[in-house]
Design a protein around this ligand. Structure first.
Ligand code: UFG
Length: 366
């Protein structure tokens, strides 16, 4: 706790950048739901709202954060702020005794990143470096980073373990930005032993909070499979295009390791516990997946079963940059974090459907 001039102390805080977004908001609620473990901590969120909906222009908090406060009956300190704003970030570090940072804030649309590389490198790399500078200025060296299995590129072997080479066959500025940030964090850890960095490499996050009150709310037409299927099921979109059925997989369609977002969020909660281990330091990359891959057609069948709705689809050509299959070797996450995914494919589909059917327009009510 940081002492204040009047002799009182500030409560320790966990700073979550991008905490209003999909994985960020589920991590915030997971932290708040851990009564006892993190009840002494304040949760501080900074988010530039580029991908978050607020129900009124004068509403101080985006809808995802407002709903979490309602569900948990707790207050979240929220700053509408871009992480490239070093002065604004410094104010946050002045106002709170930040103990560790969970860094989600980034742009994440693979296709868009090919069209707007500068915007992606600005947001994801400049933003991340600015955050690290401010962390260093305030003596905060504990960091959980939101990385992606995209850093592995085209798999040389499956399942993908953390020792698999990274950065070799990346096809998008988005993927490269995640890879570059990992390299920057490795350099930081080499330069100063005070840094403790856990880079969580997500496989394919899907699903929603079991309440059905928060979930994935993509703006425009979704790029990813699960939100697309969900919007077809609810009638917002007419049919799914399946990108290729000539891959060397179980049924010819792409195979991915889908992981429930609540499991993923709990992985972050476990990761920050490592900071309490005596002697823990340096850079550590850890996969967060289930270890099991499902094809596009298997996902459609599972969603139809969970929702009771037919998902019309059409097979079209492959999407450029797609790989046939990837799934995680999850042994390191078991060993190091004491974490494993517990939710099934049926849970992922049922929870997505609960969110989508009760919020057909996402957080927007009309
Ligand atoms: N797919 C379709 N139709 C669609 C959307 C997707 O058939 O409309 C297929 C894809 O071809 C792929 C599978 O569904 O076989 C999953 O595609 P997603 O777009 O949902 O996910 P990706 O695996 O392509 O990408 C995700 C994240 C990226 C991350 C990548 C890492 O969206 O941010 O995993 O592998 F970089």
């Amino acid at each position: 706790m940081r002492p204040l001039a009047n002799g009182a102390t500030m409560r320790p805080s966990i700073l979550v950048t991008g905490g209003a977004g999909y994985v960020g908001s589920h991590t915030v609620i997971a932290l708040l739901e851990r009564e006892g473990e993190y009840s002494n901590y304040d949760i501080v969120v900074v988010d530039n709202l580029v991908n978050a909906y607020s129900r009124a222009p004068n509403e101080k908090k985006p809808e995802s954060i407002r709903v979490i406060e309602e569900l948990t009956n707790k207050t979240i300190h929220f700053y509408p702020l871009d992480i490239r704003d070093a002065e604004g970030l410094s104010i946050v570090f002045e106002n709170h005794s930040i103990d560790c940072v969970i860094h989600f804030a980034a742009l994440k649309a693979v296709g868009e990143s090919v069209e707007k590389p500068l915007e992606y490198y600005q947001a994801n790399i400049t933003g991340t470096c600015t955050l690290f500078e401010v962390m260093r200025k305030y003596g905060v060296y504990k960091l959980v980073y939101s990385s992606s299995c995209t850093v592995y590129g085209e798999p040389e072997r499956l399942p993908l373990d953390e020792g698999h080479p990274t950065g070799r066959t990346l096809t998008s500025p988005y993927g490269r930005s995640k890879y570059f940030c990992e390299e920057i964090m490795k350099d930081l850890c080499t330069s100063d032993k005070k840094w403790m960095v856990i880079s969580l490499r997500y496989f394919n996050p899907v699903g929603a909070h079991r309440s059905g009150r928060i979930g994935e709310d993509p703006s425009g037409i979704p790029n990813n499979l699960m939100p697309f299927i969900a919007q077809v099921a609810v009638g917002r979109l007419s049919e799914l295009k399946v990108f290729g059925n000539d891959y060397n997989t179980v049924d010819g369609t792409g195979v991915r390791d889908y992981i429930h977002v609540e499991d993923l969020a709990e992985g972050h909660v476990k990761a920050i516990k490592l900071f309490q281990q005596p002697g823990f330091n340096g850079f550590h990359a850890v996969n967060l997946g289930t270890g099991t891959g499902y094809s596009v057609l298997q996902m459609i069948a599972a969603f139809e079963a969970a929702s009771g709705r037919k998902i019309p689809y059409k097979i079209v050509g492959r999407r450029s940059g797609d790989i046939a299959a990837n799934y995680a070797d999850v042994s390191l996450s078991h060993r190091m974090l004491g974490w494993r995914a517990t939710r099934t494919l049926d849970d992922m589909c049922a929870d997505t459907w609960r969110w989508q059917s009760s919020n057909p327009n996402g957080f927007k009510k009309v």
